[in-house]
Ligand binder design. Structure first.
Ligand code: ATP
Ligand code: ATP
Ligand code: MG
Ligand code: MG
Lengths: 249, 249
Protein backbone atom coordinates (compact mmCIF):
# COMPACT_ATOMS: atom_id res chain seq x y z
CA UNK A 1 0.00 0.00 0.00
CA UNK A 2 1.06 3.60 -0.57
CA UNK A 3 2.69 5.01 2.56
CA UNK A 4 1.60 8.48 3.62
CA UNK A 5 4.09 10.19 5.95
CA UNK A 6 3.46 13.70 7.28
CA UNK A 7 6.36 15.73 8.65
CA UNK A 8 4.72 17.74 11.43
CA UNK A 9 5.36 19.94 14.43
CA UNK A 10 3.65 23.24 15.14
CA UNK A 11 6.95 24.64 16.56
CA UNK A 12 8.69 26.67 13.88
CA UNK A 13 12.17 26.12 12.47
CA UNK A 14 12.76 22.53 13.65
CA UNK A 15 13.73 21.14 10.23
CA UNK A 16 10.36 20.03 8.78
CA UNK A 17 11.00 21.22 5.24
CA UNK A 18 14.65 20.09 5.26
CA UNK A 19 13.54 16.63 6.42
CA UNK A 20 10.63 16.33 3.97
CA UNK A 21 12.85 17.21 0.98
CA UNK A 22 15.86 15.08 1.87
CA UNK A 23 13.74 12.10 2.90
CA UNK A 24 11.61 12.31 -0.25
CA UNK A 25 14.63 12.60 -2.51
CA UNK A 26 16.45 9.87 -0.57
CA UNK A 27 13.54 7.49 -1.16
CA UNK A 28 13.44 8.40 -4.88
CA UNK A 29 17.21 7.87 -5.25
CA UNK A 30 16.75 4.45 -3.61
CA UNK A 31 14.26 3.53 -6.35
CA UNK A 32 10.84 4.37 -4.89
CA UNK A 33 8.19 6.47 -6.64
CA UNK A 34 7.59 9.46 -4.40
CA UNK A 35 5.17 12.39 -4.24
CA UNK A 36 6.12 15.33 -2.00
CA UNK A 37 3.18 17.58 -1.05
CA UNK A 38 3.86 21.07 0.35
CA UNK A 39 0.90 22.20 2.49
CA UNK A 40 2.66 25.37 3.75
CA UNK A 41 1.84 28.86 2.46
CA UNK A 42 5.61 29.52 2.67
CA UNK A 43 6.08 27.15 -0.29
CA UNK A 44 9.70 26.42 0.59
CA UNK A 45 9.73 22.91 -0.88
CA UNK A 46 9.67 24.23 -4.45
CA UNK A 47 12.25 26.92 -3.63
CA UNK A 48 14.57 24.32 -2.10
CA UNK A 49 14.24 22.09 -5.17
CA UNK A 50 15.00 25.00 -7.48
CA UNK A 51 11.53 25.01 -9.03
CA UNK A 52 9.20 27.98 -9.68
CA UNK A 53 5.78 26.34 -9.92
CA UNK A 54 2.93 27.89 -11.91
CA UNK A 55 0.23 26.01 -10.01
CA UNK A 56 0.11 23.45 -7.23
CA UNK A 57 -1.86 22.12 -4.28
CA UNK A 58 -4.09 25.21 -3.97
CA UNK A 59 -5.50 24.68 -7.49
CA UNK A 60 -6.02 20.99 -6.78
CA UNK A 61 -7.85 21.65 -3.48
CA UNK A 62 -10.18 24.19 -5.11
CA UNK A 63 -10.73 22.00 -8.19
CA UNK A 64 -9.21 24.53 -10.56
CA UNK A 65 -6.77 21.90 -11.83
CA UNK A 66 -6.56 18.14 -12.17
CA UNK A 67 -3.75 16.15 -10.52
CA UNK A 68 -2.06 15.70 -13.95
CA UNK A 69 -1.99 19.49 -14.39
CA UNK A 70 -0.81 20.28 -10.85
CA UNK A 71 1.97 17.70 -10.43
CA UNK A 72 5.56 18.63 -11.40
CA UNK A 73 8.36 16.08 -11.99
CA UNK A 74 11.09 17.53 -9.70
CA UNK A 75 13.70 14.76 -9.92
CA UNK A 76 13.73 11.15 -11.24
CA UNK A 77 10.84 9.37 -9.51
CA UNK A 78 10.12 12.49 -7.35
CA UNK A 79 6.93 14.41 -8.10
CA UNK A 80 6.03 17.71 -6.41
CA UNK A 81 2.67 19.22 -5.51
CA UNK A 82 3.79 22.74 -4.62
CA UNK A 83 2.59 24.94 -1.76
CA UNK A 84 2.83 28.72 -1.54
CA UNK A 85 0.80 31.86 -1.11
CA UNK A 86 -2.25 30.63 -3.06
CA UNK A 87 -2.90 28.13 -0.26
CA UNK A 88 -4.17 30.99 1.94
CA UNK A 89 -7.19 31.34 -0.38
CA UNK A 90 -7.74 27.57 -0.52
CA UNK A 91 -7.73 27.47 3.28
CA UNK A 92 -10.45 30.12 3.45
CA UNK A 93 -12.57 28.11 0.99
CA UNK A 94 -12.16 24.96 3.13
CA UNK A 95 -12.98 26.90 6.33
CA UNK A 96 -16.33 27.94 4.84
CA UNK A 97 -17.55 24.37 4.31
CA UNK A 98 -20.33 23.38 6.71
CA UNK A 99 -19.09 19.80 7.02
CA UNK A 100 -16.33 17.51 5.78
CA UNK A 101 -13.78 20.33 5.44
CA UNK A 102 -11.15 18.18 7.13
CA UNK A 103 -11.40 15.63 4.31
CA UNK A 104 -10.71 18.08 1.47
CA UNK A 105 -7.06 17.04 1.03
CA UNK A 106 -7.87 13.33 1.16
CA UNK A 107 -10.58 13.79 -1.48
CA UNK A 108 -8.26 15.84 -3.73
CA UNK A 109 -5.49 13.24 -3.54
CA UNK A 110 -7.85 10.29 -4.00
CA UNK A 111 -7.16 10.03 -7.80
CA UNK A 112 -3.46 9.53 -6.96
CA UNK A 113 -4.11 6.56 -4.67
CA UNK A 114 -1.71 3.69 -5.44
CA UNK A 115 0.31 5.68 -8.00
CA UNK A 116 3.28 6.18 -5.62
CA UNK A 117 5.19 4.14 -3.06
CA UNK A 118 5.43 7.12 -0.69
CA UNK A 119 3.62 10.42 -0.19
CA UNK A 120 5.69 12.80 1.99
CA UNK A 121 3.84 15.88 3.29
CA UNK A 122 5.57 19.03 4.51
CA UNK A 123 3.43 21.09 6.90
CA UNK A 124 3.27 24.65 8.14
CA UNK A 125 4.29 25.57 11.70
CA UNK A 126 0.70 26.05 12.83
CA UNK A 127 -2.48 24.33 13.83
CA UNK A 128 -4.73 25.43 11.00
CA UNK A 129 -7.38 23.79 8.82
CA UNK A 130 -4.74 22.56 6.35
CA UNK A 131 -2.59 20.86 8.98
CA UNK A 132 -5.75 19.22 10.25
CA UNK A 133 -6.43 18.03 6.69
CA UNK A 134 -2.96 16.52 6.59
CA UNK A 135 -3.66 14.60 9.81
CA UNK A 136 -6.83 13.17 8.27
CA UNK A 137 -4.93 12.03 5.19
CA UNK A 138 -1.58 10.72 6.45
CA UNK A 139 -1.20 7.48 8.35
CA UNK A 140 2.32 7.98 9.70
CA UNK A 141 3.77 11.04 11.40
CA UNK A 142 7.44 11.98 11.53
CA UNK A 143 8.21 14.76 14.03
CA UNK A 144 11.57 16.56 13.77
CA UNK A 145 12.76 17.79 17.16
CA UNK A 146 15.48 20.42 17.55
CA UNK A 147 17.42 20.33 20.87
CA UNK A 148 15.49 23.18 22.47
CA UNK A 149 13.33 23.50 25.57
CA UNK A 150 10.60 25.31 23.64
CA UNK A 151 10.59 22.54 21.02
CA UNK A 152 10.02 19.87 23.68
CA UNK A 153 7.11 21.97 24.92
CA UNK A 154 5.87 22.05 21.31
CA UNK A 155 6.04 18.25 21.06
CA UNK A 156 3.84 17.86 24.15
CA UNK A 157 1.31 20.32 22.70
CA UNK A 158 1.39 18.51 19.37
CA UNK A 159 0.69 15.12 20.93
CA UNK A 160 -2.29 16.64 22.72
CA UNK A 161 -3.68 17.89 19.39
CA UNK A 162 -2.87 14.56 17.73
CA UNK A 163 -4.93 12.66 20.27
CA UNK A 164 -7.95 14.76 19.28
CA UNK A 165 -7.63 13.76 15.61
CA UNK A 166 -6.88 10.10 16.36
CA UNK A 167 -10.34 9.77 17.88
CA UNK A 168 -11.72 10.20 14.35
CA UNK A 169 -8.81 8.72 12.38
CA UNK A 170 -7.71 5.50 14.04
CA UNK A 171 -4.97 4.65 11.51
CA UNK A 172 -2.92 7.74 12.36
CA UNK A 173 0.26 7.12 14.40
CA UNK A 174 3.28 9.08 15.55
CA UNK A 175 5.84 6.76 14.04
CA UNK A 176 9.19 8.59 13.93
CA UNK A 177 10.78 11.17 16.22
CA UNK A 178 13.85 12.62 14.50
CA UNK A 179 16.37 14.69 16.48
CA UNK A 180 17.67 17.52 14.26
CA UNK A 181 20.44 20.14 14.62
CA UNK A 182 22.25 17.66 16.83
CA UNK A 183 25.72 18.84 17.96
CA UNK A 184 27.57 16.28 20.08
CA UNK A 185 29.84 18.98 21.52
CA UNK A 186 26.97 20.90 23.11
CA UNK A 187 25.58 19.78 26.48
CA UNK A 188 22.08 20.89 25.54
CA UNK A 189 21.96 18.45 22.60
CA UNK A 190 22.97 15.53 24.81
CA UNK A 191 20.51 16.42 27.56
CA UNK A 192 17.57 16.81 25.20
CA UNK A 193 18.49 13.55 23.42
CA UNK A 194 18.46 11.76 26.78
CA UNK A 195 14.95 13.10 27.45
CA UNK A 196 13.78 11.98 24.01
CA UNK A 197 15.18 8.48 24.61
CA UNK A 198 13.13 8.19 27.78
CA UNK A 199 9.86 9.34 26.19
CA UNK A 200 10.07 8.02 22.64
CA UNK A 201 12.45 5.05 22.84
CA UNK A 202 11.40 2.86 19.87
CA UNK A 203 10.23 5.84 17.76
CA UNK A 204 13.53 7.67 18.11
CA UNK A 205 15.63 7.87 14.93
CA UNK A 206 19.37 8.37 14.55
CA UNK A 207 19.94 12.15 15.03
CA UNK A 208 20.59 14.46 12.08
CA UNK A 209 23.68 16.48 12.98
CA UNK A 210 23.96 20.26 12.74
CA UNK A 211 25.47 20.76 9.29
CA UNK A 212 25.86 24.12 7.55
CA UNK A 213 25.69 22.34 4.19
CA UNK A 214 22.05 21.44 4.91
CA UNK A 215 21.20 25.12 5.25
CA UNK A 216 23.23 26.13 2.20
CA UNK A 217 21.75 23.58 -0.20
CA UNK A 218 18.30 25.25 -0.56
CA UNK A 219 20.05 28.39 -1.76
CA UNK A 220 21.22 26.42 -4.80
CA UNK A 221 17.92 24.63 -5.33
CA UNK A 222 19.61 21.33 -4.48
CA UNK A 223 18.93 18.50 -2.06
CA UNK A 224 21.78 17.49 0.25
CA UNK A 225 22.66 14.50 -1.96
CA UNK A 226 23.29 16.87 -4.88
CA UNK A 227 24.96 19.68 -2.93
CA UNK A 228 27.33 17.66 -0.74
CA UNK A 229 26.77 13.90 -0.83
CA UNK A 230 29.56 13.24 1.71
CA UNK A 231 28.40 15.72 4.39
CA UNK A 232 27.10 14.58 7.78
CA UNK A 233 23.70 15.86 6.65
CA UNK A 234 23.62 13.54 3.65
CA UNK A 235 24.75 10.61 5.82
CA UNK A 236 22.05 11.35 8.37
CA UNK A 237 19.25 11.51 5.86
CA UNK A 238 20.48 8.33 4.11
CA UNK A 239 20.21 6.50 7.44
CA UNK A 240 16.70 7.86 7.97
CA UNK A 241 15.69 6.85 4.44
CA UNK A 242 17.02 3.34 5.02
CA UNK A 243 15.14 2.97 8.31
CA UNK A 244 11.87 4.07 6.73
CA UNK A 245 12.29 1.73 3.75
CA UNK A 246 13.12 -1.18 6.05
CA UNK A 247 9.94 -0.57 8.03
CA UNK A 248 7.81 -1.33 4.93
CA UNK A 249 4.40 -1.28 6.54
CA UNK B 1 1.69 58.04 22.54
CA UNK B 2 1.69 54.33 23.32
CA UNK B 3 4.07 52.52 20.98
CA UNK B 4 2.79 49.29 19.45
CA UNK B 5 5.57 47.02 18.14
CA UNK B 6 4.78 43.66 16.54
CA UNK B 7 7.52 41.04 16.28
CA UNK B 8 6.67 39.28 13.02
CA UNK B 9 7.93 36.89 10.40
CA UNK B 10 6.00 33.97 8.97
CA UNK B 11 9.21 31.88 8.85
CA UNK B 12 9.41 29.66 11.89
CA UNK B 13 12.13 29.55 14.51
CA UNK B 14 13.84 32.90 13.78
CA UNK B 15 13.72 34.21 17.37
CA UNK B 16 10.34 36.01 17.49
CA UNK B 17 9.35 34.87 20.98
CA UNK B 18 12.89 35.25 22.35
CA UNK B 19 13.01 38.81 21.00
CA UNK B 20 9.52 39.78 22.20
CA UNK B 21 10.25 38.60 25.76
CA UNK B 22 13.74 40.06 26.14
CA UNK B 23 12.79 43.34 24.50
CA UNK B 24 9.63 43.70 26.62
CA UNK B 25 11.49 42.89 29.84
CA UNK B 26 14.41 45.12 28.82
CA UNK B 27 12.02 48.05 28.36
CA UNK B 28 10.36 47.35 31.76
CA UNK B 29 13.73 47.12 33.52
CA UNK B 30 14.63 50.51 31.97
CA UNK B 31 11.52 52.01 33.60
CA UNK B 32 8.80 51.79 30.95
CA UNK B 33 5.34 50.34 31.51
CA UNK B 34 5.01 47.45 29.09
CA UNK B 35 2.30 45.06 27.92
CA UNK B 36 3.41 41.91 26.09
CA UNK B 37 0.65 40.25 24.02
CA UNK B 38 1.09 36.64 22.85
CA UNK B 39 -1.01 36.04 19.71
CA UNK B 40 0.40 32.54 19.08
CA UNK B 41 -1.51 29.32 19.84
CA UNK B 42 1.84 27.92 21.02
CA UNK B 43 1.64 30.26 24.02
CA UNK B 44 5.40 30.23 24.60
CA UNK B 45 5.58 33.72 26.11
CA UNK B 46 3.94 32.58 29.34
CA UNK B 47 6.05 29.39 29.44
CA UNK B 48 9.24 31.41 28.97
CA UNK B 49 8.23 33.79 31.80
CA UNK B 50 7.47 30.87 34.10
CA UNK B 51 3.74 31.62 34.25
CA UNK B 52 0.80 29.21 33.86
CA UNK B 53 -2.06 31.52 32.87
CA UNK B 54 -5.71 30.64 33.59
CA UNK B 55 -7.06 32.95 30.89
CA UNK B 56 -5.61 35.36 28.37
CA UNK B 57 -6.02 36.93 24.95
CA UNK B 58 -8.56 34.37 23.71
CA UNK B 59 -11.04 35.29 26.46
CA UNK B 60 -10.50 38.99 25.76
CA UNK B 61 -11.06 38.58 22.00
CA UNK B 62 -14.29 36.62 22.54
CA UNK B 63 -15.50 38.99 25.27
CA UNK B 64 -15.52 36.30 27.95
CA UNK B 65 -13.25 38.44 30.13
CA UNK B 66 -12.43 42.09 30.67
CA UNK B 67 -8.88 43.41 30.26
CA UNK B 68 -8.53 43.65 34.09
CA UNK B 69 -9.39 39.94 34.38
CA UNK B 70 -7.16 38.79 31.50
CA UNK B 71 -3.96 40.75 32.26
CA UNK B 72 -1.27 39.16 34.47
CA UNK B 73 1.55 41.12 36.15
CA UNK B 74 4.58 39.06 34.99
CA UNK B 75 7.44 41.26 36.29
CA UNK B 76 7.69 44.83 37.66
CA UNK B 77 6.06 47.09 35.04
CA UNK B 78 5.61 44.10 32.66
CA UNK B 79 2.05 42.89 32.07
CA UNK B 80 1.20 39.77 30.05
CA UNK B 81 -1.81 38.93 27.89
CA UNK B 82 -1.17 35.22 27.36
CA UNK B 83 -1.62 33.18 24.15
CA UNK B 84 -2.08 29.43 23.91
CA UNK B 85 -4.41 26.74 22.65
CA UNK B 86 -7.64 28.64 23.36
CA UNK B 87 -6.68 31.11 20.60
CA UNK B 88 -7.60 28.49 17.99
CA UNK B 89 -11.26 28.84 19.01
CA UNK B 90 -11.06 32.63 19.07
CA UNK B 91 -9.62 32.59 15.54
CA UNK B 92 -12.55 30.55 14.28
CA UNK B 93 -14.99 33.04 15.84
CA UNK B 94 -13.17 35.94 14.12
CA UNK B 95 -13.14 34.08 10.79
CA UNK B 96 -16.93 33.81 10.88
CA UNK B 97 -17.52 37.57 11.06
CA UNK B 98 -18.94 38.99 7.83
CA UNK B 99 -16.97 42.24 8.16
CA UNK B 100 -14.47 43.97 10.40
CA UNK B 101 -12.86 40.71 11.56
CA UNK B 102 -9.40 42.21 11.05
CA UNK B 103 -10.17 44.89 13.67
CA UNK B 104 -11.08 42.45 16.47
CA UNK B 105 -7.73 42.74 18.28
CA UNK B 106 -7.67 46.55 18.00
CA UNK B 107 -11.20 46.75 19.42
CA UNK B 108 -10.37 44.36 22.29
CA UNK B 109 -7.26 46.33 23.26
CA UNK B 110 -9.00 49.74 22.93
CA UNK B 111 -9.72 49.99 26.71
CA UNK B 112 -5.94 49.71 27.33
CA UNK B 113 -5.09 52.63 25.06
CA UNK B 114 -2.64 55.00 26.77
CA UNK B 115 -2.16 52.75 29.83
CA UNK B 116 1.31 51.58 28.72
CA UNK B 117 4.41 53.08 27.15
CA UNK B 118 4.92 50.03 24.93
CA UNK B 119 2.80 47.14 23.67
CA UNK B 120 5.01 44.31 22.32
CA UNK B 121 3.20 41.62 20.31
CA UNK B 122 4.60 38.13 19.70
CA UNK B 123 3.15 36.45 16.62
CA UNK B 124 2.75 32.95 15.27
CA UNK B 125 4.81 31.69 12.32
CA UNK B 126 1.89 31.90 9.91
CA UNK B 127 -0.28 34.17 7.88
CA UNK B 128 -3.60 33.66 9.61
CA UNK B 129 -6.48 35.89 10.69
CA UNK B 130 -4.76 36.67 14.01
CA UNK B 131 -1.48 37.79 12.45
CA UNK B 132 -3.56 39.99 10.15
CA UNK B 133 -5.27 41.43 13.24
CA UNK B 134 -1.86 42.21 14.69
CA UNK B 135 -0.90 44.11 11.52
CA UNK B 136 -4.07 46.22 11.81
CA UNK B 137 -3.28 47.07 15.43
CA UNK B 138 0.50 47.62 15.55
CA UNK B 139 2.22 50.65 14.05
CA UNK B 140 5.82 49.39 14.10
CA UNK B 141 7.14 46.05 12.96
CA UNK B 142 10.33 44.38 14.16
CA UNK B 143 11.40 41.40 12.03
CA UNK B 144 13.99 38.97 13.47
CA UNK B 145 16.08 37.40 10.71
CA UNK B 146 18.16 34.26 11.26
CA UNK B 147 21.17 33.83 8.91
CA UNK B 148 19.44 31.37 6.60
CA UNK B 149 18.60 31.36 2.91
CA UNK B 150 15.03 30.21 3.60
CA UNK B 151 14.61 33.02 6.14
CA UNK B 152 15.62 35.64 3.57
CA UNK B 153 13.03 34.13 1.25
CA UNK B 154 10.54 34.44 4.13
CA UNK B 155 11.35 38.14 4.56
CA UNK B 156 10.60 38.83 0.90
CA UNK B 157 7.26 37.01 1.19
CA UNK B 158 6.47 38.88 4.39
CA UNK B 159 7.09 42.27 2.81
CA UNK B 160 4.75 41.32 -0.02
CA UNK B 161 2.00 40.50 2.49
CA UNK B 162 2.78 43.66 4.48
CA UNK B 163 2.25 45.84 1.42
CA UNK B 164 -1.28 44.40 1.15
CA UNK B 165 -2.16 45.48 4.68
CA UNK B 166 -0.46 48.89 4.41
CA UNK B 167 -2.98 49.85 1.72
CA UNK B 168 -5.62 49.83 4.48
CA UNK B 169 -3.42 50.77 7.44
CA UNK B 170 -1.17 53.67 6.42
CA UNK B 171 0.55 54.04 9.83
CA UNK B 172 2.11 50.58 9.68
CA UNK B 173 5.86 50.44 9.00
CA UNK B 174 8.64 47.89 9.00
CA UNK B 175 10.88 49.70 11.44
CA UNK B 176 13.49 47.25 12.72
CA UNK B 177 15.26 44.32 11.08
CA UNK B 178 17.11 42.35 13.78
CA UNK B 179 19.72 39.73 12.80
CA UNK B 180 19.50 36.81 15.24
CA UNK B 181 21.62 33.66 15.83
CA UNK B 182 24.59 35.64 14.56
CA UNK B 183 27.89 33.76 14.76
CA UNK B 184 30.89 35.79 13.58
CA UNK B 185 32.92 32.62 13.03
CA UNK B 186 30.55 31.26 10.38
CA UNK B 187 30.78 32.51 6.78
CA UNK B 188 27.03 32.17 6.29
CA UNK B 189 26.31 34.69 9.07
CA UNK B 190 28.65 37.26 7.52
CA UNK B 191 27.27 36.76 4.00
CA UNK B 192 23.64 37.07 5.08
CA UNK B 193 24.46 40.14 7.20
CA UNK B 194 26.04 41.77 4.14
CA UNK B 195 22.85 41.15 2.16
CA UNK B 196 20.73 42.60 4.96
CA UNK B 197 22.94 45.73 5.07
CA UNK B 198 22.31 46.30 1.37
CA UNK B 199 18.52 45.89 1.58
CA UNK B 200 17.66 47.28 5.00
CA UNK B 201 20.48 49.71 5.82
CA UNK B 202 18.89 52.17 8.26
CA UNK B 203 16.43 49.58 9.66
CA UNK B 204 19.17 47.11 10.51
CA UNK B 205 19.84 46.63 14.22
CA UNK B 206 22.98 45.40 15.96
CA UNK B 207 22.94 41.57 15.58
CA UNK B 208 21.95 39.29 18.46
CA UNK B 209 24.67 36.66 18.70
CA UNK B 210 24.08 32.92 18.87
CA UNK B 211 24.06 32.26 22.64
CA UNK B 212 23.11 28.95 24.24
CA UNK B 213 22.06 30.86 27.37
CA UNK B 214 19.20 32.45 25.38
CA UNK B 215 17.82 29.01 24.60
CA UNK B 216 18.34 27.72 28.16
CA UNK B 217 16.60 30.64 29.92
CA UNK B 218 13.00 29.70 28.89
CA UNK B 219 13.51 26.30 30.55
CA UNK B 220 13.82 28.12 33.87
CA UNK B 221 11.00 30.58 33.19
CA UNK B 222 13.51 33.43 33.18
CA UNK B 223 14.37 36.23 30.80
CA UNK B 224 18.00 36.56 29.75
CA UNK B 225 18.59 39.39 32.25
CA UNK B 226 17.58 37.07 35.10
CA UNK B 227 19.26 33.92 33.79
CA UNK B 228 22.64 35.31 32.73
CA UNK B 229 22.84 39.12 32.75
CA UNK B 230 26.45 39.12 31.46
CA UNK B 231 25.90 36.81 28.48
CA UNK B 232 26.23 38.05 24.86
CA UNK B 233 22.46 37.51 24.58
CA UNK B 234 21.73 39.93 27.43
CA UNK B 235 24.15 42.48 25.97
CA UNK B 236 22.51 42.19 22.55
CA UNK B 237 18.99 42.71 23.84
CA UNK B 238 20.11 45.63 26.04
CA UNK B 239 21.47 47.35 22.93
CA UNK B 240 18.22 46.70 21.06
CA UNK B 241 16.18 48.03 24.00
CA UNK B 242 18.33 51.17 24.09
CA UNK B 243 17.91 51.78 20.36
CA UNK B 244 14.13 51.43 20.57
CA UNK B 245 13.87 53.75 23.57
CA UNK B 246 16.07 56.36 21.88
CA UNK B 247 13.78 56.31 18.82
CA UNK B 248 10.90 57.60 20.97
CA UNK B 249 8.33 58.18 18.24
N1 ATP C 1 20.59 19.70 10.55
C1 ATP C 1 20.65 20.99 10.19
N2 ATP C 1 21.81 21.65 10.34
C2 ATP C 1 21.91 22.96 9.99
N3 ATP C 1 20.89 23.68 9.48
C3 ATP C 1 19.72 23.07 9.29
C4 ATP C 1 19.52 21.70 9.63
N4 ATP C 1 18.23 21.37 9.33
C5 ATP C 1 17.66 22.50 8.85
N5 ATP C 1 18.55 23.51 8.81
C6 ATP C 1 18.30 24.92 8.43
O1 ATP C 1 17.58 25.50 9.52
C7 ATP C 1 16.51 26.31 9.03
C8 ATP C 1 15.18 25.73 9.53
O2 ATP C 1 14.91 24.51 8.89
P1 ATP C 1 13.55 24.28 8.09
O3 ATP C 1 13.20 25.49 7.31
O4 ATP C 1 13.66 22.99 7.38
O5 ATP C 1 12.56 24.13 9.33
P2 ATP C 1 10.97 24.11 9.31
O6 ATP C 1 10.54 23.36 10.52
O7 ATP C 1 10.52 23.62 8.00
O8 ATP C 1 10.62 25.68 9.46
P3 ATP C 1 9.14 26.31 9.37
O9 ATP C 1 8.56 26.08 10.76
O10 ATP C 1 9.37 27.79 9.08
O11 ATP C 1 8.41 25.61 8.29
C9 ATP C 1 16.62 26.31 7.53
O12 ATP C 1 17.32 27.47 7.13
C10 ATP C 1 17.43 25.06 7.20
O13 ATP C 1 18.19 25.22 6.05
N1 ATP D 1 20.33 34.23 19.67
C1 ATP D 1 19.98 32.97 19.99
N2 ATP D 1 20.96 32.08 20.25
C2 ATP D 1 20.65 30.78 20.55
N3 ATP D 1 19.40 30.30 20.63
C3 ATP D 1 18.40 31.14 20.38
C4 ATP D 1 18.61 32.51 20.05
N4 ATP D 1 17.41 33.10 19.85
C5 ATP D 1 16.48 32.13 20.04
N5 ATP D 1 17.06 30.96 20.38
C6 ATP D 1 16.42 29.66 20.58
O1 ATP D 1 16.05 29.20 19.28
C7 ATP D 1 14.74 28.64 19.29
C8 ATP D 1 13.84 29.45 18.37
O2 ATP D 1 13.60 30.73 18.91
P1 ATP D 1 12.10 31.24 19.15
O3 ATP D 1 11.25 30.16 19.69
O4 ATP D 1 12.19 32.52 19.91
O5 ATP D 1 11.72 31.54 17.63
P2 ATP D 1 10.27 31.87 17.07
O6 ATP D 1 10.48 32.64 15.82
O7 ATP D 1 9.45 32.50 18.12
O8 ATP D 1 9.69 30.42 16.73
P3 ATP D 1 8.20 30.09 16.23
O9 ATP D 1 8.24 30.38 14.76
O10 ATP D 1 8.00 28.63 16.54
O11 ATP D 1 7.27 30.97 16.99
C9 ATP D 1 14.28 28.66 20.74
O12 ATP D 1 14.54 27.43 21.32
C10 ATP D 1 15.13 29.74 21.38
O13 ATP D 1 15.37 29.50 22.73
MG1 MG E 1 9.11 24.50 6.68
MG1 MG F 1 7.51 31.98 18.79
Amino acid sequence: AMRKIAVCLSKGGVGKTTTAINLAHGLAVAGSNVLIVDTDTQGHVATSLGIEPEIGLAELLTQRATPEEALILARDRLWLLAGGRALAGAKREIDRKNFGGEQTLAESLEPLEGKFDFVILDTAPSLDILSVNVLFYAKEILTPVSPEVLTLQGVLDFQHNLAGVQKYHKDLHLKYVLPTFYDMRVRKSKEILEQLKVHYESLLCEPIRYSVKLSEAPGFGQTIYEYDPNSPGAEGYKILTQRIMNDGN
